[in-house]
Write a protein that binds this ligand. Structure first.
Ligand code: CO8
Length: 260
């Protein structure tokens, strides 16, 4: 029996680990992985999972890119379709109504780095390697790299990284603001789960609205962004969690959030 290319580990009622599972190809993304990733995210949403941790199988790679053997013989239309489909699935990940955390445990190259950047937060082991090496293969990033990297590091550094295609280590990724936290080899998954737990102590609705408002900061003009922030702030006051969170503070007890 062949192993599923994407595994979902239901860690708790609120947290799931989604693992890209093609270790022999360093977890390269082929069309099947892309579809199974979309199904995994839909399953997480159905189960009302609040924290999705994305990682790669084995100790060598997070995801070493889109599958080069699949792309090799593509023509223009097919390549465009593959890029669009991958972008849409990563869009689902970036808009997931909960927090998504990439636990980068090794190579995160090309589509792998793009997958990580579609998550809300990235933690990575010190042995991980990042890069957008596509120009070295005669193509360009196609799963959002030209757009998300610019938003994360600014135009100059994004140009340098994409146009040279150079690989870089986790400490540089932290300095550039791509990665939140560097941990010891083998500890990325636990670090991501720890981060999920810390976030999970807060009001789930508030976390979701905060995530949405932060996303708008990179997409909207400041004045419109501030209006949107006020809208989300107002929405919080329609939630049970706001009543509970503020009552708990005043009563000097721990809040028991319901996610409503
Ligand atoms: N695609 C397919 N197979 C891969 C990939 C990949 N991206 N990466 C590794 N593999 C395979 C290797 O072919 C090898 O298979 P086999 O054992 O059958 O020969 C196996 O994984 C192990 O890899 P290596 O032997 O190369 O392992 P090394 O430790 O020597 O090297 C590296 C590890 C440095 C990660 C190396 O494998 C490498 O450079 N891989 C390719 C990295 C890369 O260029 N990624 C970018 C791909 S392009 C991309 O992601 C575009 C995204 C947008 C797509 C838009 C749609 C059109």
């Amino acid at each position: 029996m062949t192993e599923p290319v994407v595994l979902v580990d239901w860690r708790s009622d609120t947290t799931a680990i989604v693992t890209i599972n093609r270790p022999r190809a360093l977890n390269a993304l082929n069309p099947e992985v892309i579809e199974k990733l979309a199904e995994a995210l839909a399953g997480c949403q159905r189960e009302k999972i609040r924290h999705v941790v994305v990682t790669g199988s084995g100790d060598k790679a997070f995801v070493a890119g889109a599958d080069i053997s699949v792309m090799k013989n593509m023509r223009r239309g097919e390549a465009r379709h593959f890029a669009r489909r991958g972008q849409r699935v990563l869009h689902l990940l970036s808009r997931y109504p909960g927090v998504t955390i990439a636990a980068v445990n090794g190579f995160a190259l090309g589509g792998g780095m793009e997958l990580a950047m579609a998550c809300d937060l990235i933690v990575a082991s010190s042995n991980a390697r990042f890069g957008q090496p596509e120009v070295g293969l005669g193509v360009i990033p196609g799963f959002g790299g030209t757009q998300r990297l610019v938003r994360l590091v600014g135009e100059q550094r994004a140009r340098e990284l994409i146009l040279t295609g150079r690989r870089f280590k986790t400490d540089e990724a932290v300095r550039l603001g791509i990665v939140l936290e560097m941990v010891e080899p083998g500890e990325a998954l636990d670090a991501a789960l720890g981060l999920a737990e810390r976030i999970g102590a807060n009001g789930p609705k508030a976390v979701h609205y905060a995530k949405e408002a932060i996303r708008l900061a990179t997409e909207l003009d400041l004045e419109i962004g501030l209006q949107e922030e006020a809208e989300y702030f107002g929405l919080c006051f329609d939630t049970v969690d706001q009543t509970e969170g503020m009552a708990a503070f005043l009563e000097k007890r721990k809040a028991e959030f319901k996610g409503r």
